[in-house]
Design a protein around this ligand. Structure first.
Ligand code: AMP
Ligand code: MG
Length: 310
């Protein structure tokens, strides 16, 4: 009897743990390290499927991998896009129009001219910039991780997982509710490193996407050049911001907009938010000030609220 009780107790503990501990995996895809945590009975199967999804997407959308579909497309090869992929390409173009060109999916030649692809990192001449801006080849690095997050959500649904949190290299995707109505807590990174500047709390399935000048940059002659370009000038955007975080149910939108607002700056970004209803934003300025739109639940920091009514 004692033995039976003991076995029962161990079983209870184990099932209890299985409910609490996530299955975890680190994946390298899209030029970045991704950390995946999934809770649920089918968690390991879901992780296998997620890893495949992320690597397959890399194979389709890498701007530099000579075997990718996008590379073929950029080099006049024949590509048969799936209906979903064709819709994604159309969406990238629509978002470019919606942001008045602050988001541009056609910056391949410009990123190449600045040496971001092979880490040759050089400052191009005005002539090289003008030529690159006229080039139509695509780079979807500003939106594809958000799209990957949306695709991942569909997959997590398919595997009926309880909940998940995916760090897709700066793009955070939450999925499902935490127990006891607790919120998911996501840190806003300090652009200068160290402890997070504050914590964003979200519930359920949400994309929390950050664009920042600290994520990718090089220094030449004492000047820092980061990777988010102003498509109007062809040089790294100088809009007075260090980072922008967009929170939305729609990961593709959040990704395109975080990049766009980094280019637009605080004023234009806030106006854009006032005329929309499908996302919230946190801005971190050059001076280290934090601004958050009124729907954001931000804690552990001092910040100014951006309101709908000015
Ligand atoms: P993100 O980290 O999402 O802001 O994306 C930055 C990446 O998107 C860069 O590394 C480029 O590949 C690409 N990119 C740079 N500037 C822009 C822009 N203005 N619009 C769209 N994509 C951009
Ligand atoms: Mg982006």
């Amino acid at each position: 009897m004692k033995k039976l009780l003991c076995i029962l107790l161990i079983c209870l503990l184990l099932t209890g743990c299985a409910g609490v501990k996530p299955a975890q995996r680190t994946v390298f895809a899209m030029d970045t390290v991704m950390e995946l945590q999934v809770w649920g009975k089918e968690a390991n199967k879901a992780l296998d499927a997620l890893e495949k999804l992320l690597k397959d997407m890399d194979g389709r959308w890498s701007a530099t991998d000579t075997g990718s579909a996008l590379y073929a497309y950029n080099n006049n090869g024949t590509v048969s896009w799936t209906a979903d992929e064709a819709a994604f390409l159309q969406r990238a173009n629509r978002l470019s129009r919606r942001t008045d060109g602050a988001f541009s999916p056609k910056l391949y030649a410009l990123m190449d001219a600045w040496g971001f692809y092979d880490d040759s990192h050089s400052v191009p001449s005005q002539e090289q910039i003008t030529k690159a801006l006229a080039d139509e080849r695509m780079d979807l690095g500003g939106i594809v991780k958000g799209y990957a997050g949306d695709q991942a959500v569909q997959l997590l649904k398919q595997y009926k997982v309880d909940r998940a949190i995916l760090n897709l290299g700066g793009n955070i995707q939450t999925y499902g509710e935490k127990p006891n109505g607790e919120a998911w807590q996501i840190g806003i990174q300090d652009p200068d490193g160290g402890a997070p500047l504050g914590t964003v709390k979200v519930h359920g399935t949400m994309a929390i996407v950050t664009s920042g000048d600290y994520q990718r940059y090089f220094e030449k002659d004492g000047v820092k050049y980061h990777h988010i370009m102003d498509p109007k000038t062809g040089v790294p955007a100088q809009s007075g911001l260090r980072s922008v975080t967009v929170i939305s149910k729609d990961g593709t939108l959040a990704d395109a907009l975080s990049t766009s607002f980094f280019v637009m700056g605080l004023e234009k970004g806030s106006e854009f938010w006032r005329s929309s209803s499908d996302f919230e934003v946190v801005f971190v300025t050059d001076g280290g000030k934090i601004y958050a739109t009124e729907g954001v639940k931000l804690s552990e920091c001092t910040y100014e609220v951006i309101r709908r009514e000015k």
